[in-house]
Design a binder for this molecule. Sequence first.
Ligand code: HEC
Length: 158
Amino acid sequence: MRILKSLALIAFAAATVLPAQAGDVAYPNGFRQWQHVKSMVLKPGHPLYDAVGGMHHIYANAKAEKGYKAGRFADGSVIVFDLFEAVDKDNAVAEGGRKAVVVMAKNSKQYKANDGWGYEVFDAKMKKGSLDAKGQADCHACHRAQKGQDFVFSAWRE
Ligand code: HEC
């Protein structure tokens, strides 16, 4: 899958991470009813364009919403990065087809190797994850830069 390969390529070298359990992050059923955190469009030329170019919306379940506000995420927190094509037309940028559903799930025991976060990418037709332990470690290698915010990049706004 192109998105995974590109993410792996741009990830910083994973230092000394133990392998996480592969393929064990559940599909986040019902996430469209969760709290919307933010949206963003990554255009050609952005360093992350090849991996996650397009329009994304970030959603947090109830535990993750508390985590955003507290700066620490409890076990059971799930964050979804819902990725779409961005259609730039007639001076407007609109949502196109879904590209992937990208997930982070907190479980400090199960995902100990990646500081408590499980990572997964589900294809656009949904529900089929594909990341192995190496793939998860590659995600975390970049997210590790956000250690001060419990490895999460996006931030809460009122
Ligand atoms: C090279 C850096 C990098 C890599 C590699 C990376 N991410 Fe991220 N990720 C980001 C950035 C930057 C954001 C914030 C986007 C925003 O603010 O809208 C983000 C946001 C997220 C979010 C929303 C929560 C948050 O941290 O804001 C999830 C979920 C996520 N990424 C999952 C993944 C998964 C799964 C992988 C591996 C397949 C991965 N990421 C690989 C940089 C990266």
